[in-house]
Design a protein around this ligand. Structure first.
Ligand code: C2E
Ligand code: CA
Ligand code: CA
Length: 561
């Protein structure tokens, strides 16, 4: 029957309809009322339009509504509704599910409703309301998954309930390791479609009672009550397998994900903190490399906070011309004459409190964030300027500067060095570039090409930390350098170990035999120096015995002697 016919038949319905119209006008969501005696249902006008229902008054609402519900969500809907009708006056239904709209697209809705009963205890009315998730900002527009807003609401509800019941669970954030490559390479419509596929794949791996939420950027979240680390590890492995099977255009990009996990109540019941901790654990996982699963710990978090704060300070510092960074200089002496011939420039960071921070702490942060590139350029300029200044005390004075692999990989590193040499008028022969992480070089042709350009100009190239890590001999064969800096581990025990004495001696002979200059680092004692100079005939010594790294003004006092 059409709306008008039904209305004309019943004065009660007419009155009810007037009430309902005022009611629906004042509501953002879509209300509907089912008369359970007759089946006559009043549906909000905007709900009729949005879901293409046949009219505002219908007699068979549930038969019209059910076919619009996404098939996976239908069983849950039906069983909840049955409960709401069957189980007495307090029953209500409350469910998030997907419904097809007039465009044929499925969207998430949040449906709530309950039944009222008449004097004889018979079901009287069912009053329901449908909220569109995209309205209450629940659905992520790209993936259709629940979004960050929904995540925050659910997390609050789940954790509050857990606190009441003394229950446990986990918050997991999953981040894609290399999605940005796709995002930077292809158009956004394409990367959006891949993101959607990724969302579906991850959701499929999860147990069916869990929701997958899409957070900002390329991360997802899961709230998992009552779960063990092992269960999480299994699902995490499943996610990797699914992602690996997902290939993109031309099969060029393969995806992987890392995840951070925090457990409640171990880390408290404060939802904001839990979310922050899971994000931090994810970032820690990603810093460790790809496909990492990281469980939150307070100790690691404190470390991570320190790192993050430092990183922020570095970014500010770089904006202000590397203010706060300092160079210390450590003397290098001719092993035979003990005369000062040069120094190594060693970076320091000074906290606003005045505390000086060691490069062992912050160089890894600068490298990981690539901030070493601007800071490294500052080092080059500062060191070359100082070297030129000191040549007036000691002509030919040499300056060694550390270079990270990622500096070498930037297209303008060569011109940064060349311009600094010209600007401060330093002869290129007085500059030594030390490659600090030869262990991690995978493309020696590239590195040699880069350094050969410097060597042609007259700049010398050194291999730093020889003997640390594996296959140093292999490095000698791969790397075209002029100087080998033998690491402190070679000299630490030469005063107590005959073997170490023989080892360092043959190492020096080997390097010199193939035409390298040998500089020994970490010499702290007179006897060690004497053995190295007299028995091993090394070329250069750098170590605390001749001087620690010192600020510029202190180092300058050496020239007055
Ligand atoms: P490195 O290049 O091997 O520098 C030598 C390190 O050994 C310095 O530590 C120095 O203080 C220490 N050392 C020298 N002689 C002795 C000794 O006799 N005994 C002991 N116990 N230690 C000695 P520092 O200054 O803490 O620097 C650590 C590392 O940080 C450097 O190792 C280098 O890899 C890195 N670094 C420093 N400045 C820079 C920079 O400007 N750029 C890059 N990329 N790395 C840098
Ligand atoms: Ca060095
Ligand atoms: Ca070294």
């Amino acid at each position: 029957m059409a709306d008008n016919e039904l209305l004309a038949k019943s004065a009660v319905l007419q009155r009810l309809k007037r009430f309902f119209d005022v009611f629906q006008e004042n509501m953002e969501n879509y209300p509907y009322v089912v008369d359970l005696h007759t089946g006559v249902t009043m549906v909000a006008r905007r709900m009729v339009e949005y879901f293409a229902l046949p009219g505002e008054i219908v007699t068979d609402f549930h038969d019209l509504w059910k076919p619009l519900i996404y098939s996976d969500d239908l069983p849950k809907y039906e069983s909840l509704l049955e409960e709401a009708f069957d189980s007495g006056s307090s029953a209500s239904y409350d469910l998030e599910y997907r419904v097809k709209n007039s465009d044929g697209q499925y969207g998430w809705v949040w449906g709530r409703g309950s039944t009222s009963y008449d004097e004889s205890g018979q079901p009287d009315f069912f009053v329901g309301v449908i909220m569109r998730m995209d309205w209450v900002l629940h659905a992520d527009p790209v993936t259709g998954l629940l979004n960050r807003y929904a995540f925050e609401m659910d997390l609050k509800n789940v954790v509050e309930r857990a606190e009441e019941e003394n229950a446990a669970g986990a918050v997991i954030t999953v981040g894609l390791d290399n999605f940005h490559i796709l995002y930077d390479t292809y158009d956004h419509a394409y990367s959006d479609s891949v993101m959607k596929e990724i969302g579906v794949s991850i959701a499929n791996v999860l147990p069916s009672h869990l929701n997958l939420y899409k957070l900002d950027g390329d991360s997802f979240a899961i709230i998992w009550p009552d779960v063990t680390p092992d269960e999480i590890a299994i699902i995490f492995a499943g996610i990797q397998i699914c992602l690996r099977e997902l290939k993109t255009m031309n099969d060029k990009v393969y995806f992987s994900a890392s995840a951070g996990v925090v457990f409640y109540p171990e880390s408290g019941y404060d939802t904001r903190a839990l979310y922050r901790y899971s994000q931090a654990a994810l970032q820690m996982a990603q810093q460790r490399g790809k496909e990492q699963l990281s469980f939150f710990s307070h100790e690691e978090y404190q470390e991570w906070l320190k790192f993050t704060n430092l990183q922020r300070s570095f970014e500010d510092s770089i904006e202000r011309g590397c203010e706060g960074f300092l160079l210390y200089y450590q003397p290098q002496v001719d092993a035979r004459t003990q005369k000062l011939i040069g120094c190594e420039a060693l970076l320091r960071w000074q906290e606003p409190t005045g505390e000086i921070i060691s490069p062992v702490v912050f160089i890894p942060i600068l490298e990981r964030t690539r901030l070493i590139v601007p800071v490294g350029s500052w080092v080059v300029n500062e060191a070359i300027r100082t070297c030129k200044e000191w040549q007036k005390y000691l002509p030919g004075f040499e300056m060694s500067v550390n270079v990270s692999l990622c500096q070498l990989e930037t297209f303008d590193f060569h011109s940064v060095v060349e311009e600094a040499l010209t600007r401060y008028d330093l002869p290129p022969e007085c500059l030594v570039l030390e490659l600090t992480e030869s262990q991690s070089v995978s493309n020696w042709d590239f590195v040699n090409d880069q350094f050969d350009r410097f060597r042609k100009m007259g700049v010398k190239v050194a291999m730093d930390d020889f003997g640390v890590g594996n296959s140093s001999l292999g490095l000698l064969k791969n790397f075209n350098c002029d100087i080998v800096k033998v690491d402190k581990v070679f000299v630490d025990d030469i005063l107590v170990s005959e073997f170490d004495r023989k080892l360092v001696k043959s190492t020096v002979q080997l390097c010199q035999g193939i035409g390298m200059t040998v500089c020994i680092e970490g010499v702290e004692e007179k006897e060690a120096y004497e053995y190295l100079a007299n028995e091993c005939d090394v070329d250069v010594i750098q170590g605390f015995y001749f001087g620690r790294p010192e600020p510029k003004t202190i180092f300058e006092q050496r020239f007055q002697k």
